[in-house]
Design a protein around this ligand. Structure first.
Ligand SMILES: Nc1ncnc2c1ncn2[C@@H]1O[C@H](COP(=O)(O)OP(=O)(O)OP(=O)(O)O)[C@@H](O)[C@H]1O
Ligand SMILES: O=P(O)(O)OC[C@H]1O[C@H](OP(=O)(O)OP(=O)(O)O)[C@H](O)[C@@H]1O
Length: 241
């Protein structure tokens, strides 16, 4: 991915870049799909009402106004929310901790665990394999959508992971000999079971987080802090209910 050019040389937004649009609405990046569905009640408790087309995903539009004239929403792929926020295209966003672990952007601050989108990122292998294919190995072929997390996990066990990068249907990889094991998200475990796999290790537990661009937090502190507080209050209301 080619990063936008700016003063930092690393593609991430500087205060000067963000100041250019400091009079325009703040931008909240929301993920399409399952997190958006789970987020809808939280959003409603914050009092932020995006245009109805945004939540129903019935429109091809990607940017929406909200009940707050100072806040627009962009709807992007879950995996891209962190990138939009890290590069300052969005000031604030919601994404899974799995995505944050994978990209590890230094310019993202994650002040709130929203307690939705709960799952875990795990290693799994075919049930029929008697021994863990990682046992005694210094190299292992791993199919995953999470190359950084997988490499880091196996490196901590002195195993060099050869990554087969897939974007979905990871569960097919071991039986079709693409890889010995997979690293993927697991919730109920039904996808693993349906494809003859078993979970062998949990790498991390995952929930969705509210994330903020650190530079935006410095350049528009009152507005961003107020937004964070609205989300915090929405979570507290839920706990109290
Ligand atoms: N089975 C699951 N149960 C709970 N949360 C999940 C599950 N799978 C994924 N998640 C969480 O939801 C996020 C989005 O999931 P995923 O990447 O599968 O996207 P999606 O909702 O299927 O949409 P798309 O693949 O079209 O982007 C993940 O990053 C993770 O945090
Ligand atoms: O343990 P389970 O409850 O079965 O959930 C795990 C499945 O959920 C996710 O896939 P998703 O449904 O998002 O499909 P995708 O692979 O197309 O993203 C994940 O990649 C697993 O395949």
């Amino acid at each position: 991915m080619t990063a936008p050019q700016n003063g930092t040389g690393n593609g991430l937004q500087t205060g000067a870049d963000l100041a250019v649009r400091s009079d325009s609405p703040l931008i909240l990046a929301l993920p399409k799909g399952r997190i958006l569905k789970a987020l809808a009640p939280v959003l409603s408790r914050t009092g932020i009402e995006p245009d109805p087309d945004c939540l129903t995903e019935s429109s091809r539009r990607l940017r929406f106004g909200t009940s707050d004239p100072n806040l627009d929403v962009v709807r992007v792929r879950s995996f891209d929310v962190a990138t939009f926020v890290a590069y300052g295209g969005a000031d604030i966003g919601v994404c899974g901790a799995d995505v944050l672990m994978e990209f590890d952007y230094p310019d993202i601050y994650a002040p709130l665990d929203l307690g939705i989108g709960g799952c875990r990122i795990s290693v799994a292998r075919p049930k029929t394999m008697v021994e863990d294919p990682a046992t005694g190995q210094s190299r292992l072929r791993v199919a995953t959508k999470y190359p950084t997390i997988a490499r880091r996990h196996f490196a901590s066990r002195a195993i060099n992971a050869e990554i087969v990068h897939l974007n979905g249907a990871m569960e097919l990889a071991p039986t079709l000999d693409l890889a010995s094991v997979i690293v993927d998200l697991v919730d109920t475990g039904s996808t693993l079971r349906a494809n003859g796999l078993m979970e062998t290790e949990t790498i991390a537990h995952v929930t969705s987080r509210l994330i903020v661009n650190r530079v935006a937090l410095k350049t528009r502190p009152e507005e961003i802090s107020a937004l964070i507080e609205r989300f915090r209050a929405a979570l507290n209301t839920e706990e109290a209910a």
